[in-house]
Design a protein around this ligand. Structure first.
Ligand code: HEM
Length: 210
């Protein structure tokens, strides 16, 4: 796991460094999030007279790695809004589940939203944002049951899980080091599935530079 963690960090650094180079050559779009963050990072570095961009990135990576509160929040976000909302499987041989006989070739869908919002499994606050339920990790929160599947499970579990979580934390840390943000009044809550679960009308935020 430590090896994967190291590789993931190197990958993320490579992505950012490539972008920094493109920016220096005037080839990088400014108006996306990474462009905005790099701009803001540059300003901070100029203010502090520090020309070593790597230091700011290393600090962000350190903060991202040590933030267990963010882990819990991301786990809760994946409970309410699993980016992949349903998993599909085909059965290769006739299978009996209690009194149900599923013929070979049947297609099954496991709908994560049904599982993740089930009050019998998660309690009465199933549909509330409550990161504290993950205080003692995922296996305690699920009481060892197979009821939490944002990254799938078993032999086909997502190989990019650690990368995706670190990437999300890193993006958050980099934003929060430079900006505070709140939801724009134009935001309309409409989770919607087009392959992945996404906000149908976008998620407009108002960023204020710190
Ligand atoms: C928030 C981000 C992500 C989510 C929610 C996610 C979710 C999932 C889920 C649910 C599965 C299982 C699919 C199934 O059982 O049918 C899966 C598989 C997989 N994911 Fe991800 N994933 C994410 C990011 C990534 C990233 C960043 C990578 C690559 C760097 C990646 C690579 C893969 C691969 C290769 C598999 C197939 C594994 C196999 O079948 O053996 N994923 N992912």
């Amino acid at each position: 796991m430590k090896e994967i963690d190291k590789e993931v960090k190197i990958l993320i650094k490579e992505i950012i460094n490539k972008r920094v180079k493109a920016k220096e050559n005037g080839e990088s779009p400014k108006e996306d999030l990474l462009g905005l963050l790099l701009d803001s990072n540059d300003k901070e570095i100029r203010k502090q007279g520090n020309t070593n961009l790597g230091l700011a990135l290393t600090k962000s990576l350190k903060t991202a790695n040590s933030s267990t509160l963010q882990d819990k929040k991301l786990q809760q976000i994946c409970l309410l809004y699993p980016p992949i909302a349903a998993l599909g499987r085909m059965i290769h041989e006739e299978t009996k589940i209690e009194n149900l006989i599923l013929p070979s070739g049947s297609h099954l869908m496991l709908h994560l939203m049904l599982l993740h919002y089930d009050a019998n499994l998660w309690g009465d606050d199933a549909n509330e944002f409550n990161p504290e339920r993950f205080d003692e990790g995922v296996s305690k929160a699920t009481k060892g049951q197979a009821i939490y599947f944002p990254f799938g499970g078993g032999p086909r579990i997502c190989v990019g899980q650690a990368f995706a979580m670190l990437e999300a934390k890193l993006a958050l840390v980099m934003i929060l080091r430079h900006f505070s943000f709140k939801l724009s009044p134009s935001y309309s809550h409409a989770p919607h599935t087009i392959i992945t679960l996404q906000p149908q009308f976008g998620a407009q935020l108002i960023l204020s530079e710190l």
